[in-house]
Ligand binder design. Structure first.
Ligand code: SAM
Length: 273
């Protein structure tokens, strides 16, 4: 996969040389190219921002450097067909970045990220490229950061670990939180390693029982419990077809009941302790 990032802080993307993403780059599984937006400015101060039309606080990123930079990056590859890039625009006003979107992006050969600063990029840039490219405006969460570089690090790592051969054990994705399929998009439960006892705290007995059936059941129940507590919205959205009878019994204990459409909602009567 090829990834281009246009930014005024290429040095902020230094962590892309480290750990999983760094190794994927070194192995040639990921071709990451960083571009300094200021290379496409033409004034002495290398200006990338200006005051907003309509007034108000803050500055807005000028369209000209972005247009020239993106045209130059796009010229390096196909802009139509299967090889065409996806333009990923980090912004708090975008659609939420989810594991589902990470899976979708991981299947594409080329991603171009446009992390902004100030109050964001002049809208015309996004509108212009959206006429000829697949443009995704994406938010990594309901909070506002000072710039899009940290969101790019987040998204690149989430995508890179899904690329074939990047994770040592390809099975790891299957049990991850939000994984579709057997886990129905739920959160993963708690995990433990040696020693069997630490500070007087024992590992749950079932995990050292060697009984795979019981271990699998325990893990699923823990996943359901954690999801019910931390992310009830995921229980409401989960696909009932992915759940078995025991899952349904656990959810009922946790105070959930299926509605007429099969989707789960909180049981109307509080569950007695
Ligand atoms: N005024 C903008 C708003 O309220 O939507 C916020 C601009 S923010 C200070 C500057 C840049 O940081 C954004 O253009 C975007 O690139 C990035 N950014 C900040 N928060 C983000 C988030 N939650 N998700 C993705 N990108 C974000």
């Amino acid at each position: 996969m090829r990834i281009d990032v246009v930014t005024i802080f290429p040095e902020y993307l230094e962590p892309l040389n480290v750990s999983l993403v760094g190794k994927a780059r070194a192995r040639g599984q990921l071709d990451v190219r960083l571009h300094d937006l200021r290379d496409w400015t033409h004034d002495r101060h290398r200006t990338v921002d200006d005051t907003p039309y309509g007034g108000g606080p803050g500055m807005v990123m000028k369209p000209e450097p972005w247009g020239e930079a993106l045209d130059a990056v796009l010229a390096a590859g196909p802009s139509a067909g299967d090889g065409a890039p996806v333009l990923v625009v980090p912004t708090p006003s975008g659609r939420p970045f989810t594991q589902e979107l990470a899976v979708e992006l991981a299947a594409r050969p080329w991603l171009i990220f446009t992390p902004a600063r100030y109050e964001g990029i002049d809208r015309r840039v996004i509108d212009d490229y959206a006429e000829r490219l697949d443009v995704r405006e994406v938010s990594i969460g309901d909070y506002v950061l000072a710039g899009g570089e940290a969101p790019v690090l987040v998204m690149v790592e989430a995508v890179a670990r899904l690329l074939p051969g990047v994770l040592g054990n390809a099975e790891s994705h299957r049990d991850d939180s939000f994984a579709p399929g057997a886990m129905a998009g739920l959160l993963e439960g708690p995990v433990y390693t040696k020693p069997p006892e630490w500070r007087g705290r024992a590992v749950p007995e079932v995990l050292i029982s060697g009984h795979h059936g019981r271990i699998g059941r325990w893990r699923r129940d823990e996943a359901l419990r954690r999801t019910s507590t931390h992310r009830p919205d995921l229980v409401e959205r989960c696909d009932p077809a992915a759940l078995d009878k025991r899952d349904l019994a656990t959810l009922a204990e946790l105070g959930w009941e299926p509605g007429p459409d099969g989707r789960f909602g909180r049981a109307s009567r509080p569950v007695e302790e």
